[in-house]
Ligand binder design. Sequence first.
Ligand code: BG6
Length: 470
Amino acid sequence: MIYQKLLDFPENFLWGASTSAYQVEGGWDADGKSPSIIDMYEHPAGYADFTVASDHYHRYKEDIALFARMGLKAYRFSIAWTRILPRGTGEVNQAGVEHYRDVIRTCKQYGIEPVVTMYHFDLPWCLEQQGGWTSRATIDAFEAYARVLFAEFGSDVKYWLTINEQNTMILHPGAIGLPKGGVLPDRKTLYQMNHHLMLAQARVMKLCHALCPQAKIGPALNLTAMYPVTCRPEDAIAAHNWEVLRCWNFADVPVFGWYHPLAVRYLEDRGLMPDILPGDCETLAGANPDFIAMNYYSTATIAASHGDASDVSARAGDQQIMLGEQGVYRAAENPYVGKTKYGWVIDPTGFRYTLRKVCERYHLPILITENGIGAPDVLEADDRIHDDYRIEFYKQHLHALREAITDGVQMLGYCPWSALDVVSTHQGYAKRYGFIYVDRGEEEGASLRRIPKDSFAWYKQVIAENGKNL
Ligand code: BG6
């Protein structure tokens, strides 16, 4: 659709930016925090680990002051479960509670809306040792953790995100790190874990509505539209297969209370269907998220499966993400999109397309909780970072977002990844996302000084003009 006039961004649009606890905080064992699975995983050699990261745990006041200088209206961050409940459940660590209370208070002093992720990949290690998400006890533990969060912060936090990228955790478990020894759960186990995560999420959404009726809560998923590589009907079927299995199956459960019918048939056919106990269907029903939180980076282009092992290939530049599945789909190239230095597809129009699909499917407002470009930013001799590629990326994606708003998609806000440089999941500080540069490399010992990048000034202007002059 080409419009005569694009609609403006809404007046109260949440212009924000995002981080996650383990990627930015450091202080990995400070003030009573216990290790999470991330702390205990194998770490890629030669890259920064998560022990100090960007030291946000100790520098959050300085960082939030910088966010305010940039004009942010929202800050999406995650709470480390291991700071609140070092044993995974049971006794509350007051130091952890006080830390996040002050993070929230500091945001509010600057008029920044805290958007809180409850769980961003960092399950307490002690729970993992007892079976982690394969155990139903972890569902109870997550609910107990959420109860503490709602009791302590419920009156100050309006936007809650349950679980970050459950679909990444289940479909690409190696993407968040490898357990020591490198053995990942098999697929049947992963779908059982997925079911338990779904139950935990549904219970927590219901709890939120009961305890904090003024708050809004939603799942945070990595959503992406798929293109068939040609108009051959088999390619279209394959694209739909993967769109359902990668995206809609994960969003349908919280919204509609049950798995997507195609996914059910796939799971049954492949012997992957999880054990569903009496009462589970009732638990999943009626969780009623208030919005969908969406992380968007790329689209994918899909061809029909050849039906053999050649369907599976590593995503360009990323050995941790395997794409393709025998009899389901295979990954194809798209000549009409760009790519980052790390091989990730750049597709602003695909952003608009994905937003339209999410809107059409769920009829819920959407909050963008991640979007961004990873790049090897360079601190120049003039003490500046000229990240014009990032500005261009955001310009195009915000234009597409405005087109989506004009298409009728109801948007709550835009919190790109990331507010400041964080440790990337596999490439340390070699690959950066922030509006604010953190002076450090892969080794510890650098100054950790904060330096606004060129994109900082650009985003500040965009926010000040409410996106009118992109
Ligand atoms: C998202 C995750 O999938 O991608 C973030 O929620 C992550 O935690 C981001 O950092 C970018 O991925 P990467 O691998 O470049 O750090």
